[in-house]
Design a protein around this ligand. Structure first.
Ligand SMILES: [Zn+2]
Length: 328
């Protein structure tokens, strides 16, 4: 697979192509960006480029080396992923031992560490020591959706390669072209996927997309022009809703759209492009400052709810901050 197949990540791909072109490969890269936007694929292409005998510097994609790397069968490209919730110290110890053996076949020994932010503290400290004195032939590629959760000392030793959410138009076209969804359903799923192709594929195969969207739009109307009692009832229902994290994520994207629309007036930048009419009207009732505060409040609520906060209380406070400041 060439870099050209990694769609919607021009910045990341050009960073990597430039490093390869100059023959200046770092010892560690941090691929940071949302889940399901191409970080894993890019890591594999980089590993291929560094080991393919015909690399120019792009990998050929078809030799035995390239194919085995793609299939996870190449001895000099290894993956580390969380075992359960975390990457544990034992996994890093094994990695350390492996790292001190020279490559068996290839030029570089590549370690791809998925969800690197899930290292336990012990594991992270142990990994840091390896990064401080990496063997010359070793390359570590850390993948993460939460770069802020990594140790600053690890961050500072990695070259950052930023990955962005995929544009909804691109996801919609892929859903239509690759999965054969109708244009309407593809548009709906793309709007809900939050820029993640992985999430889009999940949604496409479930009934969830329709009902999640309905609940989002109901909630949005309620926040926009519902009364106190209606909001109170909505909080009561949402508190028990297993989909609450997803609904809040959708709500955050909705408020992000409101702000983007207010600042740029460019419909093609919106995640919820199919709701342009409603977004435009709603944006009239919110000031820019109010929308910025709303986004902060949503981020804070999402953070609190991953902990042990009182869900109901968090929702009540949040809803208060999502009301328009020009009441209708
Ligand atoms: Zn090759």
């Amino acid at each position: 697979m060439p870099f050209a197949d990694i769609v919607g990540q021009e910045l990341a791909v050009s960073c990597l192509e430039r490093s390869l072109g100059r023959g200046r490969i770092a010892h560690a890269y941090l691929f940071a960006g949302p889940e399901g936007v191409g970080k894993e694929e890019a890591a594999l292409v980089l590993a291929q480029a560094l080991n393919c005998p015909a690399a120019s510097p792009a990998p050929c994609g078809s030799c035995s080396t390239c194919r085995r790397i793609e299939d996870g069968l190449y001895p000099d490209v290894q993956r580390v992923a969380p075992a359960g919730n975390n990457i544990k110290i034992d996994q890093i110890r094994t990695l350390q031992q492996e790292a001190y053996f020279r490559p068996l076949e290839g030029r570089r020994k590549v370690f791809i560490i998925t969800e690197a932010h899930r290292m336990t503290e012990e594991a992270a400290n142990s990994f840091l020591r390896l990064l401080e004195e990496p063997p010359p032939y070793a390359l570590f590629i850390l993948l993460t959706s939460q770069p802020d959760s990594l140790l600053p000392t690890i961050l500072s030793r990695c070259q950052l390669v930023p990955f962005s959410p995929l544009p909804p138009g691109l996801i919609r076209d892929k859903l239509e072209g690759e999965l054969g969804l109708s244009r309407e359903r593809a548009g709906l799923v793309a709007a809900l996927a939050g820029g993640s192709w992985e999430r889009a594929r999940e949604l496409a195969s479930s009934e969830e997309a329709g009902s999640l969207r309905h609940r989002l739009l109901d909630l949005v109307s309620l926040l926009w022009d519902g009364d106190q009692a209606a909001r109170w009832l909505a909080g009561e229902e949402l508190e028990k809703d297993a989909e609450l994290p997803r609904i809040l994520e959708q709500l955050r994207l909705w408020f992000r759209d409101l702000l983007v629309w207010k600042l740029t007036g460019q419909g093609e930048l919106l995640v919820n492009q199919d709701q342009l009419g409603r977004l435009g009207e709603m944006a009239e009732d919110y000031s820019t400052g109010r929308l910025v505060a709303a986004l902060e409040a949503l981020g804070e609520a999402q953070r609190l709810l991953t902990g042990s906060a009182n869900t109901r209380l968090v929702l009540d406070v949040l809803f208060g901050k999502l009301e328009p400041d020009r009441p209708r």
